[in-house]
Design a protein around this ligand. Sequence first.
Ligand SMILES: Cc1ncc(COP(=O)(O)O)c(C=O)c1O
Length: 373
Amino acid sequence: MKTDKWKLSKFLLNKKFKFNRDYILKYLPSTLLIDSYKNISKWRGYNSTPLLKLNKLNKKLNLKNIFYKDESKRFHLKSFKALGGAYAVEKVSKKEKKITVSSATAGNHGRSVAWGAKRLKLKCKIFVSQYVSETRVNEIEKLGAEVIRVKGNYEASLKKCKLASKKNNWKIIQDVSTKNYKYIPQLTMAGYSILIKEISNQTNEYITHIFLQAGVGGLAAGLVAGVAKYFKRIPKIIIVEPDRADCVLQSIKSNKLKKIRIKKESIMGGMSCNEMSLLPWQILKKASNCCVTISDKNVARTVANLKDKKFSKLSIIGGECATPGVIALIGMCNNVKLRKLIDLNRNSNVLLIGCEGNADVKLYKQLLSKGRK
Ligand SMILES: Cc1ncc(COP(=O)(O)O)c(C=O)c1O
């Protein structure tokens, strides 16, 4: 396992950092967090996902523990996203059977919405851009949803979804919040917060650092709200993004929501986003200690290392978006100054989020074989 040369692309300390539980829970209310756990934990097949330890990597990095929350085991959908979209569908449908739900997606969110619709026997229309893989489309179709391909990028698919939904009176279940669209994204984020509720029951160790990967920031903000609600001590929060899609870092740097231009899509497709969702921005601009970015360079190697027990005693199936926390932690530990600045030492209990397994089976196989070379 040769990781000594792994580096971060960028590091930014958040000058406006101020973690305030009440402030965070004003944007993502405690009642929603409680309700999401109450509902989702009753779903058939619900189990806490494993909280694993990367003990081999830990020996190398000299920390106390590296915990890895393994979302490859989240229901049969293989990603944390299963929690958000499906929960929002349940709440929005209010037991009404005649509605049709719709969504635009890069993959995992749409799969969750389609699964939520299937559970409740609702009709479902999912819009995808030309960049979403056939494998991901097939998975959504297997759940009984109609998938509509749209020429262009994610934004184009969302536009089409909004137009068609207005015309046909479909209920849009989107995970991105804007000024006039808050409640449904709040529901999806509340669903994600369950990860933290589970972790609070899975270890007695106080977590000192959390590495949170971000696309539009929904996962990160949902987990930050979980921390505000369920953790006794507040860990350092480190946001990780692909260097080709660093909209959180750029927003925090300029202290305003920034739309960036993506010149080339990252292999971490679910995180290849050009603009933050509004609610996550309101939460993360204060709650994040720092932001880091990483390149795609070590993604395949990390997928292979997780699978081939290089980081842990157990073999772990982690897809492309499950790797950035591991890569960023290694990059940070390799930089003596940063390691000190952020207090990563022998007393640190680091939490990484293994947010997806082989959700795209074909891509996973390609990454695995590339990473083993
Ligand atoms: C597997 C995976 N990880 C991370 C993310 C990023 O989540 P968010 O866009 O809520 O920040 C996504 C989003 O699609 C995803 O599918």
